[in-house]
Write a protein that binds this ligand. Structure first.
Ligand SMILES: NC(=O)c1ccc[n+]([C@@H]2O[C@H](COP(=O)([O-])OP(=O)(O)OC[C@H]3O[C@@H](n4cnc5c(N)ncnc54)[C@H](O)[C@@H]3O)[C@@H](O)[C@H]2O)c1
Length: 248
């Protein structure tokens, strides 16, 4: 039980990687709060965790709306503290564009959800963590925060920005024992990933050393580690969970 009695908050925890992180945190003994726009799926995920004997609460929240974030943090803060914040929610479009074609709406949604949403949650949680001189913040970037991805100027830019943001938070609040790290997943099987067998899927597989795509639980294991006291001397780190994609 590596997260026993820790109060944790995961944004975008209704589906995919965030869901796997919420489930893994609960298995490790954490009290889990899931903030997501998808009410049905969010309730299902929290309910599933409770059925397995874990402690999970769903909070309806659009991370890009400051008032939603304030309300969500107030609810979680009733626990008396917040030990772990995992900023996982992102704007994931079904069609991305290169710089020549990307509409303003794509840039704006990417910025508001993936970057400003992370800032809203981090800004709201910091005073609580600072009071306790303890906290772990984990930001979900991407291999597209480390290297280029095709025709996705906005997503790639914002995921790079999240790494800068992670280092900035780590630098400013490290002296008060707040750690902040980024996880950069490679191709992971979720509802947004290409269909198995498709051209894009095959291309993704060949880019990895391990010759396969990853599973959400494999990203969740990295998040558990960074959330836990085992990672007490790790901050400002950028951890690729990508089967080797970025190592070549
Ligand atoms: N799947 C991959 O291959 C992959 C690769 C690299 C990085 N990532 C990153 O991992 C994270 C999770 O991706 P995923 O594949 O699990 O996606 P997903 O779509 O399965 O899950 C994203 C979750 O975020 C929620 N969400 C979206 N907008 C929101 C908002 N405005 N407010 C609150 N919640 C919101 C969704 O409802 C959903 O539950 C993202 O940051 C993504 O960029 C994923």
């Amino acid at each position: 039980m590596r997260l026993q009695n820790k109060v944790t908050l995961i944004t975008g925890g209704a589906h995919g990687i965030g869901k796997a992180i919420a489930e893994a945190f609960a298995r490790e003994g954490a009290r889990v709060f899931i903030a997501d726009v998808d009410v049905k799926a969010g309730r299902q995920t929290a309910g599933g965790i409770s059925e397995q004997g874990g402690e999970a609460t769903f909070i309806k929240c659009d991370v890009s709306v400051r008032s939603h974030v304030t309300t969500a943090i107030k609810k979680v803060a009733r626990e008396g503290r917040i030990d772990v914040l995992c900023n996982n929610a992102a704007y994931i479009s079904s069609h991305w564009h290169g710089a020549a074609d990307a509409p303003d709406s794509e840039w704006e949604r990417s910025f508001r959800v993936s970057l400003l949403g992370t800032q809203y949650f981090t800004q709201a949680v910091l005073p609580i963590m600072l009071k306790h001189q303890n906290g772990s913040i984990i930001n979900l970037s991407s291999i597209q925060g480390m290297v280029a991805g095709r025709t996705s100027a906005a997503y790639t830019s914002i995921k790079h920005a999240l790494i800068g943001y992670t280092r900035s938070v780590a630098c400013d609040y490290g002296p008060r024992n707040i750690r902040c790290n980024a996880i950069c997943p490679g191709p992971i099987t979720t509802r947004v990933s290409p269909k198995a067998g498709s051209e894009l899927y095959k291309r993704q597989v060949t880019r990895t050393f391990l010759n396969r795509v990853g599973e959400p639980e494999e990203v969740a294991s990295a998040a558990v580690f960074l959330a836990s006291d085992e990672a007490s001397y790790i901050t400002g780190a950028v951890l690729a969970v990508d089967g080797g994609w970025t190592a070549i």
